[in-house]
Write a new protein. Structure first.
Length: 148
């Protein structure tokens, strides 16, 4: 059988393109003797005909870049494309903010119970849920300061 025909047949068997099929040049006589698809399958089993490895894209540079970003590098203003809101997950930032405020409110109730009693704990708790305070600082200012 001709080399091109054998290559074509092997490509069909291996389910790859013709360019991905490697035929050993030392065993050209065996390929010339092959006549059927079964003969080609036998040559594949004998490793005379092989499938070339895929050229996959290396992830080495990507991994190095990710490691640097974990350290906090390569995240300057020039690298940013979205706004602050789009770059961070809204729900996670919300959860962090609310949990911090609720923790602070509990601590304030223990350390300064009369200040929290003036504002009613449950009302302040609901205000935290309703996004009334920008952060912990504003919550403390509201309870200990003169805001109503």
């Amino acid at each position: 059988m001709e080399l091109n025909k054998a290559k074509e047949m092997a490509a069909g068997i291996l389910k790859v393109g013709k360019n991905k099929v490697f035929i050993s040049p030392t065993d050209a006589t065996k390929i010339a003797e092959a006549m059927t698809k079964d003969d080609i399958r036998g040559l594949i089993a004998d490793r005379v005909i092989k499938k070339r490895q895929d050229n996959s894209q290396s992830k080495g540079r990507a991994r190095a870049l990710k490691a640097k970003k974990i350290k906090g590098r390569k995240k300057g203003r020039g690298k940013r494309k979205g706004t602050k809101k789009t770059r961070g997950e809204k729900k996670k930032t919300w959860i962090k903010k609310v949990r911090a405020q609720r923790r602070t409110l509990r601590e304030l109730r223990e350390t300064n119970p009369e200040a929290v009693a003036d504002k009613r704990y449950s009302d302040v708790y609901r205000k935290i849920k309703g996004n009334f305070f920008k952060g912990k600082k504003y919550l403390i200012e509201y309870i200990e300061g003169g805001k109503k």
